[in-house]
Design a protein around this ligand. Structure first.
Ligand SMILES: *[C@@H]1O[C@H](CO)[C@@H](O)[C@H](O)[C@H]1NC(C)=O
Ligand SMILES: *[C@@H]1O[C@H](CO)[C@@H](O)[C@H](O)[C@H]1NC(C)=O
Ligand SMILES: *[C@@H]1O[C@H](CO)[C@@H](O)[C@H](O)[C@H]1NC(C)=O
Ligand SMILES: *[C@@H]1O[C@H](CO)[C@@H](O)[C@H](O)[C@H]1NC(C)=O
Ligand SMILES: *[C@@H]1O[C@H](CO)[C@@H](O)[C@H](O)[C@H]1NC(C)=O
Ligand SMILES: *[C@@H]1O[C@H](CO)[C@@H](O)[C@H](O)[C@H]1NC(C)=O
Ligand SMILES: *[C@@H]1O[C@H](CO)[C@@H](O)[C@H](O)[C@H]1NC(C)=O
Ligand SMILES: *[C@@H]1O[C@H](CO)[C@@H](O)[C@H](O)[C@H]1NC(C)=O
Ligand SMILES: *[C@@H]1O[C@H](CO)[C@@H](O)[C@H](O)[C@H]1NC(C)=O
Length: 414
């Protein structure tokens, strides 16, 4: 290019030009070097990036690296010390996210809401203690979710809502105490559920009713209390999945009561329990109370599984609040009774074996609150007028009016 032209130039100028050229070349080199990092900055320092796959495994990261390009599909951030997962929202193409073995302790509502193409999410070995409602919102493509080896105690109702593609859910090695009926609702593709190594004592029948695709359920290493509820649960499992053994060879066993310890869940039968429908010990009594007093209605029932009690008044479920309360012992207490509290009360006891209800009539004596004010006013008026008449009568008597008039007045007003 320009090189031959320079070589043809005067010898005196040649040295100067050579130096200039050197400087230009250096500048060019420096420029291209400095521009290199801006091209590769998309692959975070320390990470290994192959096209759309980013490995940032065991790199001592305490946060998610900046400037990860939005087009990547696999991100492995396992074995780091990441606490916060806020800077993920732009990775809308992500299909696999591995965050296992980090220091994550909180998953906020909608934490992954922008990662709507995510299929696998690994959060094993973190410090998560609670699964909030909507924590996995928008993950409708998610198939595999690992949450094992955390400290999960509380799972809010709706935490797994809308995970309609989920096939595998790992909740093993946590501190889960309680399962509720709504917990796994809607996970109709769920095939494998891992709940082993937790603190589960009771399993309400119906917990897994909506898991129509379930083929394996791990429940071992939980302090299970074998009772009529668990019997029903096992019976439902056997009946719903006659061709496959959902409890498979992980073989969960009873922990309580002591006489059943180590007995396999698969072997319990109705002869091991006295499952009974609700029966009454104390019925609510008919009562008469006065306005402003306290009303107490007792309802004691037995049954196994322990019956569930509700109260109704005139066949409508009672609305509980500060004034109307139902205590642990199923006693209904209404403080400061009002006229409108009168009526037919019903205590309904039910378990899956049956349902019984007991009625009591409540009469409220005294005056309705609004009515009593007008009554008081009328009484006050009567007393006032009587006084006036007595004064008038006395005045007339002592001022010498005829005896007949006196008697008439006395008869009339006294
Ligand atoms: C989440 O995605 C929406 C659109 O899908 C986008 O507008 C928004 O900026 C994203 N949020 C972040 C933090 O990137
Ligand atoms: C996630 O990371 C852990 C630790 O590196 C690894 O054992 C596991 O295989 C990874 N899972 C996937 C699906 O990449
Ligand atoms: C785990 O979370 C708790 C708070 O929930 C915190 O006190 C503790 O330091 C965390 N542990 C680790 C190892 O990050
Ligand atoms: C992360 O947790 C490990 C233990 O699990 C702890 O040793 C480490 O200090 C924690 N790091 C941070 C940044 O909290
Ligand atoms: C869920 O994803 C869609 C795109 O698929 C997005 O428009 C929407 O904002 C997301 N929802 C939330 C709560 O971020
Ligand atoms: C589930 O999806 C429905 C409709 O698609 C939406 O209204 C609801 O908010 C979602 N729930 C959660 C917890 O994401
Ligand atoms: C069932 O009830 C009978 C009689 O009340 C009692 O003898 C038996 O021990 C009970 N069985 C169990 C498993 O509680
Ligand atoms: C309560 O009253 C109803 C009708 O007022 C009556 O049929 C019922 O026998 C009474 N119950 C008791 C326990 O006295
Ligand atoms: C039930 O509990 C309440 C509140 O603890 C108490 O006031 C009431 O006397 C109890 N009733 C019975 C029948 O034990």
């Amino acid at each position: 290019m320009t090189l031959p032209m320079h070589q043809d130039a005067a010898a005196a100028a040649a040295a100067v030009l050579r130096r200039t050229r050197m400087i230009l070349l250096l500048l060019l080199l420096m420029f291209s070097l400095s521009s290199f990092p801006s091209v590769t900055a998309e692959c975070p320092e320390k990470c290994l990036c192959i096209e759309e796959i980013f490995f940032c495994h065991k790199k001592g990261l305490d946060r998610i690296p900046d400037r990860i390009p939005p087009a990547i599909k696999v991100l492995d951030l396992s074995y780091n010390e990441i606490m916060d997962i806020e800077s993920l929202a732009h990775l809308t193409e992500l299909e696999t996210l591995n965050l296992s073995n980090n220091n994550i302790s909180e998953l906020k509502h909608g934490a992954f809401a922008n990662l709507s193409k995510l299929q696998s999410l690994m959060l094993s070995n973190n410090n998560i203690s609670e699964l909030k409602h909507g924590g996995f919102a928008n993950l409708s493509e998610l198939q595999i979710l690992y949450l094992d080896n955390n400290k999960i105690e509380n799972i809010e109702t709706g935490a797994f809502n809308n995970l309609t593609s989920l096939k595998v859910l790992h909740l093993d090695y946590n501190n889960i105490h309680k399962l509720d009926l709504e917990m796994f609702k809607g996970l109709r593709k769920l095939d494998k559920l891992f709940l082993d190594h937790n603190m589960i004592r009771h399993i309400p029948p119906g917990t897994i009713d909506s898991l129509t695709s379930l083929s394996l359920l791990w429940l071992d290493h939980n302090p299970l209390t074998c009772d009529c509820n668990i019997l029903l649960f096992v019976n439902v499992l056997k009946k719903s999945y006659p061709q496959r053994d959902v409890l498979w060879d992980n073989d969960p066993s009873c922990h309580f009561p002591v006489e059943m310890k180590e007995k396999s869940l698969k072997e319990i039968t109705k002869n091991d329990f006295n499952c009974t429908s609700p029966d009454v010990i104390v019925v609510p009594e008919n009562k008469t109370v006065s306005v402003g007093e306290q009303l107490q209605l007792s309802c004691k029932v037995v049954g196994d599984p322990e019956p569930y009690i509700t109260w109704a008044k005139d066949d409508i479920d009672l609305e509980l609040g500060k004034r109307v309360q139902v205590f642990q012992n199923n006693t209904l207490i209404i403080s400061k009774v009002e006229k409108t509290d009168g009526g037919k009360y019903k205590c309904v006891a039910s378990n899956y074996l049956g349902r019984k209800s007991f009625e009591a009539m409540v009469n409220v004596n005294g005056l309705a609150k609004n009515g009593s004010k007008t009554m008081f006013r009328i009484i006050r008026l009567i007393i006032g007028f009587s006084c006036l008449f007595i004064i008038l009568a006395n005045y007339l008597i002592y001022n010498g009016i005829s005896n007949i008039v006196k008697n008439v007045l006395l008869l009339l007003f006294l």
